[in-house]
Design a protein. Sequence first.
Length: 291
Amino acid sequence: MKKPVFTGACTALVTPFLGEAVNYPMLDQLLRRQLEAGIQAVVLCGTTGESATLSDAEKLAIIRRARSFLRDRCTIIAGTGSNDTDHAVSLSRLAQEAGADALLVVTPYYNKATPEGLVVHYSAVAAAVHIPVIVYNVPSRTGLDVPVEVCRELARIPNIAGIKEASPDISKIARLRAECPPEFAVWSGNDDQAAAVMALGGAGVISVVSNLFPEEVQAMAMAALDGDFDTASDLQLKLLPLIRALFREVNPIPVKAAMKRLGYDCGICRLPLTPPSRETVEILKKLLPED
């Protein structure tokens, strides 16, 4: 049986900016904080990392910097998805060379794809690299939901490791676990569903809120994986008001504002994402002490 890329909590890390440039010293601070909290894996250059407005050169520089800082202490998962298969293949190869341990590949967006197209797309990416590939299903952003039947087909490819499932359909998790082989891991892509996904056999969560409270998210995930769902549920419910606040505007607008309140000024998001509304800022002030 294939070993999962990670179990428990993985942080979908924000990309810190200083003006228009990537703030690499702050990136080191963020990575150190995740290490100290016991986080086993981080996603770099994903949705929360503003992949849409990072150049390929910036993405590769971020991966290299993280590899140099983390060494072998934490798994690096690089976002390399595209709605152009050739681009996804090329970037995936380069990310592997830059030091990524695994890849997170979002489904083609805007032009979308048929089920056959999804299989061909992911097969091409997987064939181009030797590291694990994680399918990323986020229909609210892409307009495309990966059918369970496609996952069943992709599970046959040795280095396709599983799926980050960020649809709102919790019953789909049960179908994925029932119809795909055990080694095809399912990770929650929604913080508010993490404990429920793990109760259905999920391997963990790729989390936004763990940018802020990695220890708590890791504790919740490990409790769930240990079968202690009373503890996991309690921790999940305690985090719920903050989770709701972090998604009241487009991610990562609120989480970057929240990071600043905790003493980690990661800059503002790149356009077309704008600063948080006054209402969001006021909600975050009530939920978070200012460092």
